[in-house]
Design a protein around this ligand. Structure first.
Ligand SMILES: Cc1ncc(COP(=O)(O)O)c(C=O)c1O
Length: 386
């Protein structure tokens, strides 16, 4: 079956967060992480049928949904989980906050590596935890955890390690060796691990594969809360549905207590879309990954050709983490003026980078890359540099 990822869909006037930021301006938005593609036809069809039913009462996780997720985790990662380990959530950021709230006490430390998806930094702070940021280490062309600095950063009050794998924004798919090393450190220091694996369906490198850290052994499984969702892969973030896999009964109970009365149920639409995604979406997902791989290669080719700009391999996700010419002081503003909306790396805890979302039709991506290149042909001094 052919899927049309080239179709440019006008999202203006749909209250789209990504596009409305620049309403009335000629700026191609490549900042927040959603894609400009229609979701899989099977998902759209399932949603239509659900809408046709017309009754939208309180909804429980459909039993078939648990079965489909259990099958998908077994098929994709050889991970055998029990239905009671699943906890459904209205979003993955809710999960990050919930874990931070449930683990440890006020003032305890949460450790993570930067750059990282920004709610890893804000979430624990909202929950009155202190975030310790360990800078990631660039080994050749590969970003990786700096294990020595991680160990040095762990204090007697560190209770929780936040892992993002595949990693937003650096695009890494961590290897078994890297994950084993993190698991060992978590075990030695008695840390709970929250592993955000929302991008696991978006592995672009053919020789890489996703390994949930919880599959590495019984000890790490018992201390890990794995957070997943169909929302990135199938472009459903506006429908709000995610899940945690928590094999440890006591941890699950703690999460449930922290959620009580605060975290709302998942919507009927969120469940319907997620069920259709895991049950019927695989062909579409594979076609999407093929399309994104070509987009990624285009980004690498065009960005690497710019003097002073570099980017590391994007093994997964539709996000490129780009190191730019250090003379550019306010990159987001500079490129907005040039007609492209990028995220400033400082949002993710690192200076000197921008993040570019290439989850869009190729024609739009080409236009944005043209705008970036031509903006840089002008002397930087005339373009808003300090
Ligand atoms: C690593 C990561 N986790 C979580 C999210 C957001 O999840 P949700 O929309 O379900 O809260 C994103 C969105 O970009 C992400 O990149």
């Amino acid at each position: 079956m052919n899927f049309d990822f080239d179709n440019v869909i006008d999202r203006r006037g749909t209250a789209a967060t990504k596009w409305d930021k620049y309403a009335g301006r000629d700026v191609i938005p490549m900042w927040v992480a959603d894609m400009d593609f229609r979701s899989a036809p099977a998902i759209i069809e399932a949603l239509k049928q659900r809408v046709e039913h017309g009754v939208f009462g309180y909804t429980d996780p459909p039993p078939e949904l648990n079965e489909v997720v259990i099958d998908a985790l077994a098929r994709d990662y050889g991970w055998s989980i029990r239905p009671e380990w699943l906890m459904w959530l209205p979003g993955l950021v809710t999960g990050i906050n919930l874990v931070a709230r449930a683990i440890g006490e006020d003032g305890d430390d949460v450790v993570t590596a930067v750059p990282v998806y920004h709610p890893f930094l804000s979430g624990p702070a909202y929950q009155r935890r202190t975030v310790t940021r360990v800078p990631m280490h660039l080994q050749g062309t590969q970003w990786t955890w700096d294990l020595e600095r991680l160990e040095a950063a762990i204090t007697p009050r560190t209770r929780l390690l936040l892992l993002c794998n595949p990693h937003n924004p650096v695009g890494r798919v961590f290897s078994r060796g890297e994950l084993n090393a993190l698991a060992r450190i978590a075990e030695q220091h008695n840390l709970i691990v929250a592993s955000d694996e929302i991008h696991c369906g978006l592995i672009l490198d053919r020789e890489k594969f996703h390994i949930p850290i919880a599959t590495l052994g019984a000890d790490i499984a018992a201390r890990t809360i794995t957070l997943m969702s169909a929302s990135k892969t199938f472009n459903l973030p506006g429908l709000g549905c995610a899940f945690a896999v928590v094999p440890n009964d006591e941890l699950r109970a703690r999460l449930a207590r922290s959620a009580a009365g605060i975290v709302p149920r998942v919507s009927a639409m969120g469940f319907t879309a997620t069920l259709a995604a895991y049950r019927d979406g695989e062909q579409w997902r594979r076609a999407l990954v093929d399309y994104l791989r070509v987009n990624r290669d285009l980004v690498i080719e065009r960005i690497s050709a710019i003097d002073g700009w570099t980017l590391t391999p994007v093994e997964a996700t539709y996000l490129a983490w780009i190191c730019f010419d250090s003379r550019l002081r306010e990159p987001a503003e500079f490129f907005e003026r040039a007609g492209v909306g990028l995220y400033d790396g400082r949002v993710f805890g690192a200076e000197g980078y921008v993040r570019l979302n290439f989850g869009c039709p190729r024609a739009l991506l080409e236009q944005a890359l043209d705008r970036i290149s031509s903006a840089l042909i002008k002397p930087l001094a005339t373009c808003g540099r300090a």
